[in-house]
Design a protein around this ligand. Structure first.
Ligand code: GLN
Length: 326
């Protein structure tokens, strides 16, 4: 690292630390308890990590503490399904339209019976059912291998969170069976639902999430390990859906305020991806009424404004601008 690069890195590290200091006193929101095991999280936990598209890591707070990935798994399984089946076949099963409704809403597009998009539960369960049909009993290993490659280390999953959701996930089962009723998913929907619950229970920390995001910001190539993880064309698809649908019924406001692709999960993780520049991950389990992390939203709003990350910010001169600054 040259002296100038070192100085710029220190500056970004300082900024990440100042975000922590600014938002740590925010105690608004509630921990998710509808999956009983999630209720055991420490509400005060707070971690932030920023990873640049060339692999520099800046982190603070509880950025090493693991939590379950939950819905942040959805763009990553969507990318796998796109690669396995091709975009046209996947589009026969799930749309790309924001629903404007809650993540667990029970609704399908009237004309096609498809779920609106792969970021809400109905669409994600469809995607996972497609992956189960493709990989059979190997599906979970395939998923773990891909997520691990994106994170740059071997990930594990939380058996008790998986069991807790499997025991209480009646709403997701209802969604799965509704999809089966309309012929939108293959027959073995119960096994596919178990796979979906397990995928949501994959354990990550803030740094893992930021590296997974940086893999997307670096055109599918993990910038820390150098491994090719996703096909470049599929990364474009994944980020597009994250941009329009990643924050559920907050996606419009998110696009307005933050202006970058992102995904949240009910365990308190948020990851935001700035194409070719960097990724921001935050972990803080207190959620707003839509199931998005309260501090996570605030950190991303502030960092986007500090760094001019919004896609339409006048400071944003395209993908080369921040690279020069960082
Ligand atoms: N496993 C959770 C569910 O299906 C994921 C939801 C989320 O993170 N928003 O309800």
């Amino acid at each position: 690292m040259t002296e100038a690069t070192q100085e710029r890195s220190d500056w970004l590290q300082d900024l990440v630390e100042s975000m922590y200091a600014k938002h740590v006193a925010n105690h608004s929101g509630e921990i998710a308890t509808y999956i009983p095991e999630l209720g055991k999280a420490d509400p005060d936990d707070f971690g932030i990590c920023v990873v640049t598209a060339d692999g520099r890591i800046h982190e603070t707070g509880e950025s090493n503490k693991t939590f379950t990935i939950q819905s942040i798994s959805k763009p990553f399984t969507y990318g796998m399904a796109l690669e396995a089946y091709g975009p046209d076949e996947v589009a026969r099963h799930v749309g790309v339209e924001p629903s404007g409704d809650a993540f667990n809403s029970i609704e399908l597009e009237p004309a096609t019976n498809r779920p609106f998009n792969p970021m809400i539960n109905a669409g994600a369960i469809t995607v996972t059912a497609l992956l189960y049909d493709y990989y059979g009993d190997e599906a979970f290993e395939q998923l773990m291998a891909r997520f691990s490659a994106a994170a740059g280390r071997t990930l594990d999953y939380d058996e008790s969170v998986y069991r807790s959701e499997s025991r209480t996930g009646h709403r997701n089962r209802a969604i799965g069976h509704l999809l089966l009723n309309f012929g939108m998913v293959p027959e073995k929907i119960d096994a596919a639902l178990e796979l979906y619950f397990k995928q949501c229970a994959i354990l990550v920390n803030c740094r893992d999430l930021a590296i997974m995001g940086a893999t997307l910001s670096n055109l599918g190539n993990n910038p820390v390990t150098g491994q090719e993880v996703y096909d470049i064309d599929r990364v474009k698809d994944m980020l597009s859906i994250m941009f329009t649908c990643g924050m559920y019924d907050y996606s419009g406001q998110w696009a307005y305020k933050v202006g970058v692709p992102a995904k949240s999960g009910v365990a308190g993780g948020v990851v935001a991806v700035v194409n070719r520049q960097l990724s921001i991950a935050s972990y803080s389990p207190r959620l707003d009424l839509r199931g998005n992390s309260c501090r996570g939203i605030d950190v991303c709003v502030d960092l986007a404004s500090e760094l001019g990350l919004h896609a339409f910010d006048c400071m944003n001169e395209g993908s080369s601008y921040l690279k020069a600054l960082l």
